[in-house]
Ligand binder design. Structure first.
Ligand code: MF3
Ligand code: CO
Length: 265
């Protein structure tokens, strides 16, 4: 957090919302292209190249490349990897894997950020259930992104959804405000107490991103300094949307234009 903006949560003007919307649309379109490319045999580095090219073709810049030294455009986290998996030519996707794709861009001064976790071919029943529960946790939190709700309501919604399904919420990473910077206040934990934390207002933009583990909640970081993985080695999933709080409720800015049901396919 830098001193210019302090801990204030920025409220976007209509002009800023238009620019945020454009950035988020690029993110949604590129993630849809990646989704179509995910299949057994592709490497995570190939997905990274597609992501970078997809951004640049739309006159946007990949947001993660060089961010605190991150060496790629895409985060590609396979199976027990939670987030921030570094794409690699030696990581070949295989049938039965699950892969988290987290991607962000900056366009005309505004950031968009979203993530999906996908099955590679046919996956186990428990993997499929983990993806469903994590996507459902994101939807539950998004539905709380209304004026006069509090940040703790979002975390509580995620936690309730996940723990009632028998899975565990990752506590070491949080969602965030977004706008002229990738990470703005407030931090948005995926657990919490209803009725606590900063109050939401129309014009706030939030990147809500539950990370859910099949087993225990503990995670650690690999030698590469980035890749977070589950300590018990079991599967983890991650979904993220950039959401605008409006007078009429939440508007998901990173929803692909062709998606009508309000969720990632
Ligand atoms: N969605 C992730 C986040 O908000 C992506 C950041 S990856 C990084 O933290 F490489 F840019 F750090
Ligand atoms: Co994010």
């Amino acid at each position: 957090m830098d001193s210019r903006s302090g801990d204030r949560i920025s409220l976007k003007t209509p002009d800023e919302v238009a620019r945020l919307r454009a950035a988020c649309r690029v993110v949604a379109e590129v993630l849809a292209e990646l989704q179509a490319a995910v299949s057994p045999g592709i490497t995570t580095l190939e997905l990274d190249r597609l992501a970078e090219a997809g951004a640049r073709r739309r006159r946007a810049e990949p947001a993660f490349l060089g961010y605190h030294g991150y060496p790629a455009s895409l985060c590609a986290s396979v199976n027990e990897e939670v987030v921030h998996g570094i794409p690699s030519a030696s990581r070949v996707l295989r049938e039965g894997d699950i892969i988290g794709l987290d991607f962000g861009v900056v366009l005309d001064g505004f950031y968009g950020d979203a993530a999906i976790t996908l099955p590679v071919g046919a996956v186990s029943d428990e993997a499929r259930r983990l993806l469903e529960v994590t996507r459902g946790a994101l939807e539950a939190a998004v539905s709380e992104a209304c004026p006069d709700r509090r940040v703790g309501d979002l975390g509580a919604a995620v936690q309730r959804h996940v723990e009632s399904s028998g899975f565990a919420v990752v506590r070491d990473f949080v969602g965030h405000g977004i706008g002229r910077r990738l990470h703005e206040p407030p931090q948005i934990p995926n657990f919490g107490t209803p009725g606590t934390g900063p109050r939401l207002r129309a014009g706030m933009a939030l990147a809500i991103e539950p990370m859910v583990n099949l087993g225990r909640c503990e995670v650690d970081t690999r030698e590469d300094g980035w890749t977070a993985y589950t300590v018990d080695g079991r599967l983890s999933a991650h979904f993220e949307h950039t959401v605008l709080v409006t007078e009429n409720g939440p508007e998901i800015l990173t929803l692909h234009p062709s998606a009508r049901d309000g969720a990632w396919g």
